[in-house]
Write a protein that binds this ligand. Structure first.
Ligand code: ARG
Length: 265
């Protein structure tokens, strides 16, 4: 039995003061959750099943997070999904399938982890995981400017399909609109505007990433019709609540740091 919330203790310890309600991580927010009895319950939250091959760069990590292929043997995920930097052979990455139980799944083990330098539970929520072999699936390009930090984004993951819900065997997807920093700051006074960006239906809620989607990509099409990653699932207050959009690591802000770290990993 894998523990999808293995990184919770550390993230909670580091983030407890500022993020007690606005949980960076798994189940604490589910426990704190008061809602109207389930809310609009479809999936990611408010999404649908992804087709096989639709998002071939998506990876599931054994600690219960998502990720995206950054290079043939490197996964980009969230800092709060890992325990620190260094040699690490404890993580399994699974890709190539929407159904995690499919015999077609490809897996690899971690060899090293690089958690964002200076990560302290607030902002800088990115990390790289080096694998013991190429997974043999496509990579997802990352945004090197803020040009695509607008419009509608795709989110996808095997995380909970509602606040307090269970992890999913089948990859779910949804579309969420960009929320500008000024609007998001009203929802979250602790938002780090340079390092984080928000997405969701601010008034109605209903569609969002949720616990277990962390570390996965938020992405859209670029001007050449290629998928480009603009965000990493980071945190939110509950999931899909009206007035509480999802918060994502702003990939463009860290793109150069990520590239440098990957080259050295
Ligand atoms: N921190 C969560 C995780 O570890 C992701 C939460 C995303 N929450 C949200 N409302 N968008 O999986």
């Amino acid at each position: 039995m894998k523990n999808p919330f293995g990184s919770f203790k550390r993230a909670a310890a580091l983030g407890a003061v500022t993020l007690a309600a606005v949980s960076l991580q798994p189940l604490s927010s589910a426990q704190a959750y008061t809602d109207n009895g389930g809310g609009p319950s479809t999936r990611v939250v408010g999404g649908t099943k992804a087709e096989q091959g639709e998002f071939p760069f998506m990876v599931r990590l054994s600690m219960g997070c998502g990720g995206s292929m950054y290079a043939e043997d490197i996964v980009l995920t969230a800092a709060h999904c890992v325990d620190g930097s260094g040699e690490n052979t404890s993580i399994t990455a699974t890709g190539g399938v929407v159904d995690l139980e499919s015999p077609d799944a490809v897996t690899a083990k971690s060899t090293k982890v690089l958690q964002a330098p200076g990560y302290d539970g607030n902002g800088k929520d990115w990390a790289l995981i080096k694998l013991d072999k190429p997974l043999g699936i496509p990579t997802l390009k990352t945004a090197d400017s803020d040009a695509y930090n607008k419009g509608d984004f795709t989110i996808a993951g095997w995380g909970a399909d509602k606040e307090g819900g269970s992890q999913q065997q089948h990859l779910l997807k949804a579309t969420v609109p960009f929320v500008d920093d000024a609007t998001c700051k009203k929802a979250y006074s602790n938002l780090i505007e340079a390092e984080e960006m928000c997405a969701g239906f601010i008034d109605e809620g209903g569609v969002d990433t949720c616990q277990g989607d962390s570390g996965g990509p938020m992405f859209r099409k670029d001007d050449s019709d290629q998928w480009i990653q603009v965000g990493i699932v980071s945190w939110g207050e509950g999931c899909a609540r009206p007035g509480k959009p999802g918060v994502y690591t702003e990939v463009s802000h860290f793109n150069a740091d990520i590239a440098k770290a990957a080259a050295e990993l």
